[in-house]
Design a binder for this molecule. Sequence first.
Ligand code: SF4
Ligand code: SF4
Length: 105
Amino acid sequence: MPKSTAEVDCKQPANIVTPVIDSYKCEGAGDCEEVCPYGVFALRKLTKPELKALPLGPWVKVLVHGGKQAFVVKGEECHACGLCVAACPEKAIRLTRLAAQEPRV
Ligand code: SF4
Ligand code: SF4
């Protein structure tokens, strides 16, 4: 069950950092979706072109887990708590800083 946002040690305000998932490593079992208190991840079935783009090893792994992988659907909500990185058994998630916004003129 995801922790409540009050229980989480947030390292950053939202919209500074976002997770990136390595699709060659993701097995789609959903631990990241389970632990993220901000609903940043969602599992979904891969489309045929997405499946076709995977090498054999990751392709087999994905099919074993119902043809699904995790996707970042609300990256701007990430607070950099690191729970997803620690929970991912495949070490498929890294946190990356969002590009600095261009100043408006
Ligand atoms: S925890 Fe890691 S391997 Fe599991 S669904 Fe999330 S990104 Fe994929
Ligand atoms: S670090 Fe991971 S678990 Fe924590 S808020 Fe960001 S996406 Fe969610």
